[in-house]
Write a protein of this length. Structure first.
Length: 318
């Protein structure tokens, strides 16, 4: 009996000792921080071990592209022409004009004196720089005129000086102007294709010495462009038609002529808006002072005004 009592007392004492030890341990200030730190180290260690078990990324692995993509198909519009892209031009010479040649070339400031003189239009003792290219046959026969590129017809007019005219708008700010026509076969607003017949060649009053021919101009944003710079070279006539004598050529190319503020202006591109005013008389005794006009002084869409008269008379362009 006494032994049982002693054992019980010893057990109770041991339990009290354990409780006292536990209370003493948790009563210390560093106990909980140490527990938290140990737990953090354990968690980080487990995460690191898990990441090491994952397979490493293969940098040489090629990602396969799915063979089929769901959703609507995107059209491959490779034939679309980008905006503001220059179209491909061709000489506006159709049926019957295979042998057409340049009878009067574009007036260039950097050309020789002879070339400048050959590119001047003589009208009533005045000189006008040619802002286009004249094409004709040696036998002066008419031929079909075609559109130099796809576009929209801007105007179809009957110009007092240039005859029947057609102007076509193209992509990229380009326009083409066709004058000295006959039998025009298109209307304003019509859509034309490259190479589509639009008229026949004819005559005009300004270039009457050229007889039957086509006057063709190319413009970019309203400014004249030499067609020879964008089209294949066209052969010139051996006896290219000029509209003035050798003495006039010499006088015309001796410098840059002044057209005078009252000079008559022949409009060749603005839907037949031809304006005319009296020219200022010049000294009839000094024909050698006539000079070639400055082609750069003319704005796109208009032919340079004629130079001063030499006969002392006041003429009016009708």
């Amino acid at each position: 009996m006494n032994n049982n009592q002693e054992n019980k007392n010893l057990q109770d004492k041991a339990q009290e000792t354990n409780k006292s030890a536990k209370s003493s341990f948790f009563a210390k200030r560093w106990t909980f921080p140490v527990i938290y730190l140990a737990a953090s180290v354990l968690i980080v260690g487990l995460m690191y071990a898990k990441s090491q078990d994952a397979s490493p990324y293969d940098v040489n692995k090629t990602t396969e592209t799915p063979s089929k993509v769901s959703g609507p198909a995107i059209p491959n519009n490779t034939d679309a022409t980008p905006a503001n892209t220059a179209p491909t031009f061709q000489w506006p010479v159709g049926e019957g004009g295979d042998d057409a040649m340049v009878s009067m070339d574009f007036y260039r400031e950097d050309a020789s004196d002879d070339e400048k003189a050959a590119s001047l239009i003589s009208y009533e003792n005045s000189f006008i720089p040619n802002q286009g290219v004249n094409l004709g046959l040696k036998n002066d026969q008419p031929f079909t005129v075609i559109a130099a590129a796809k576009g929209t017809v801007l105007s179809v007019t009957e110009d007092p000086l240039m005859g029947q005219t057609v102007e076509i708008q193209h992509d990229g700010g380009y326009t083409t102007y066709y004058a000295s026509l006959s039998n025009v076969d298109v209307q304003k607003g019509a859509q034309v294709l490259a190479g589509q017949p639009i008229a026949k060649t004819g005559n005009n009053r300004l270039e009457k010495d050229e007889k039957n021919h086509l006057h063709f101009e190319l413009r970019k944003d309203g400014k004249p462009v030499d067609p020879n710079t964008v089209l294949p070279k066209k052969p010139k006539m051996d006896n290219a038609k000029t509209t003035h004598t050798d003495s006039e050529q010499s006088a015309a190319t001796s410098g840059n002529a002044t057209s005078g503020t009252d000079a008559s202006k022949a409009t060749t591109g603005d839907a037949g808006k031809t304006s005319s005013t009296s020219t200022t008389p010049a000294d009839a005794t000094a024909p050698a002072e006539k000079k070639a006009p400055d082609a750069s002084s003319s704005t796109g869409g208009q032919t340079q005004a004629p130079a001063e008269k030499t006969d002392g008379a006041t003429d009016s362009v009708q």
